[in-house]
Design a protein around this ligand. Structure first.
Ligand code: CA
Length: 226
């Protein structure tokens, strides 16, 4: 993951573990061990994502989030030992994007970070995504099956990008319509079905298999790799 991360955590061991892990995964990392240093760091520099403890010396995580949200949309994932539902809700209400409980699993932290970055659109948009034999190059507006270029219309391309960005997610027709056409969905409309079906047949022709599946009564998703 090529992202610039701020770690705000007063416990040196936890800070070190997170820092080493993220560096190993290709991130750039800055650290702050108390709220005041954090405030300075966040004012002076821009980050792709902030990992934040709540119980911090000098300025609490809650106050930092509230302050940050007055001028910035930078995604925040809270990592805290405070498990009370009210705390979690309060922090999400203040504008945090996710909440991870201590003790945490490092791989879970990474996955949650990826999800938040994708959802908030902070992920590098030119990042190539490959699933099985299928690759998509958003910066160049092209997609390939095993190096063989696919000839897709603009809408088919955008649909495929959405599916590939969130391969586990089931998209309803309304989701797809509102994301790709950017208009409100109305039920009589079969635009989405037509475009998805064209995309599927192109993918099938290139790969010899159905790469998108219908989830009955819900919508569509990428087919799980076998
Ligand atoms: Ca703490």
């Amino acid at each position: 993951m090529n992202a610039k991360i701020a770690i705000i955590e007063d416990e040196p061991d936890i800070r070190r573990i997170l820092c080493d892990f993220l560096l190993k995964n290709g991130c750039t990392v800055s650290e702050a061990a108390d709220g005041l240093t954090a405030l300075k760091l966040l004012t002076e520099d821009q980050f792709d994502l902030i990992l934040m403890d709540l119980m911090l010396p000098k300025i609490s995580g809650e106050r930092l989030i509230a302050e940050l949200r007055t001028h910035s949309d930078t995604p925040v994932i809270v990592i805290s030992a405070r498990s009370m539902l009210e705390t979690r809700l309060e922090v999400l209400r203040l504008g945090a994007d996710d909440y991870i409980l201590k003790p945490f699993d490092l791989n879970e932290v990474l996955v949650r970070m990826e999800v938040v970055l994708r959802r908030t659109g902070s992920a590098n948009p030119s990042e190539t995504i490959t699933i099985g034999g299928l690759s998509i190059y958003p910066a160049e507006n092209r997609a390939c099956w095993k190096d063989k270029p696919l000839s897709l219309t603009a809408k088919e391309f955008q649909l495929l990008l959405l599916f590939m960005e969130h391969p586990q997610k089931v998209y309803s027709k309304a989701n797809l319509y509102e994301s790709v056409w950017n208009e409100e969905y109305c039920y009589e409309d079969n635009t989405v079905s037509v475009h998805v079906s064209n995309l599927r047949s192109k993918l099938k022709k290139a790969s010899g298999q159905d790469l998108i599946e219908t989830v009955w009564g819900i919508g569509y998703k990428m087919k799980e790799e076998k």
